[in-house]
Ligand binder design. Structure first.
Ligand SMILES: NC(=O)c1ccc[n+]([C@@H]2O[C@H](COP(=O)([O-])OP(=O)(O)OC[C@H]3O[C@@H](n4cnc5c(N)ncnc54)[C@H](OP(=O)(O)O)[C@@H]3O)[C@@H](O)[C@H]2O)c1
Length: 274
């Protein structure tokens, strides 16, 4: 079955559902009459329906009945209740769950029945503009055909990587834009400190980051080689690299990612115990 023949339901009509709908509709991946959503807050559903012409389900069970793929886009603390609700009627085992709830593992859905295909996904904030990167993990019950449709679906939000579920938190930490924003802000501030105005510094730093990334994109060589090419012996760039190493730039980034992964694992453990 091709993606545009699937019916995709969303349990929870909050921020991430809106982002996914927005991209699916913009990229024309699915006609709106194949998109369904449920949410206890009917005004939210109505707003989504007015904007994207999707079908409003009366409740979560109806959303599951109408969908081939079912996104679980509710807050992590509510996932247990949703699973209880869906298991009451018996969950169809040809319906695929795509869970976005942070910290909730695939195995939490085993309660729905045997051999239910479950995909876990974690898109990052630039998905809002179709330039995201999503981490995807699957249980063994997801078929190749379903995977191929999920890839097409997430391509509407940007790029994706497929990995083992235990690595989802690492992608979450790496794909958070905060490190990049802090790097951006710090370089702008350094330009101001060295004597240029904020606007000029921002323009210079922005174009340098975008240009440097585009060179990597076009040449696909390792950053190590690019660093080496940019480093004239005894020149200015090696001085900058030496100073950054002296102030533990690399170690600081490593620790930032490491502590974010640990924090996400802790939060996940807490949510599962509640
Ligand atoms: N936002 C993101 O960029 C992002 C990215 C990756 C993953 N996620 C994950 O996606 C999930 C949703 O995030 P969000 O940002 O969209 O949150 P959100 O804006 O708070 O949306 C969650 C929605 O779920 C609804 N809901 C609550 N209980 C429900 C139930 N029993 N049945 C059906 N719907 C119910 C909420 O309704 P009420 O407001 O009426 O309670 C709300 O509309 C979270 O688990 C989050 O970790 C989000």
């Amino acid at each position: 079955m091709a993606l545009d023949e699937r019916r995709v339901a969303f349990i929870g009509a909050g921020h991430i559902t809106k982002i996914i709908l927005d991209n699916l509709v913009k990229t024309k991946k699915l006609p709106s009459h194949r998109l369904i959503a449920s949410d206890p807050e009917k005004t939210k559903l109505q707003q989504l329906s007015d904007k994207y012409k999707i079908i409003m389900a009366n409740d979560n069970v109806e959303a599951v009945d109408k969908g081939d793929f079912v996104f679980v886009n509710v807050p992590p603390q509510v996932v247990g209740d949703v699973i209880d609700e869906l298991s009451l009627k018996g969950f169809p085992n040809d319906t695929l769950i795509i869970t976005l709830a942070a910290g909730i593992p695939i195995k939490a859905y085993e309660r729905l029945g045997d051999n239910i295909p479950v995909a876990r996904a974690l898109p990052n904030p630039p998905s809002q503009i179709g330039m995201g990167i999503a981490a995807l993990a699957f249980n063994p019950d997801v078929t190749d055909e379903q995977k191929s449709d999920i890839f097409e679906l997430f391509a509407a939000l940007g790029e994706y990587v497929v990995l083992r579920e235990e690595n989802i938190n690492t992608v979450m930490a790496l794909s958070s834009p905060v490190t990049t924003y802090l790097f951006f802000q710090s370089l702008i501030d350094a330009g101001i400190r060295a004597g240029i105005d904020r606007e000029t510094s921002t323009k210079v730093v922005y174009q340098t980051i975008v240009g440097a990334m585009e060179i990597w994109n076009q040449r696909q060589i390792s950053p190590h080689e690019l660093l080496s090419e940019a480093s004239t012996p005894g020149g200015i760039s090696v001085e900058s690299i030496f100073t950054l190493e002296k102030y533990a730039f690399r170690a600081a980034l490593n620790e930032a990612i490491n502590t974010a992964v640990l924090k996400a694992e802790n939060l996940g453990d807490k949510v599962q115990k509640t």
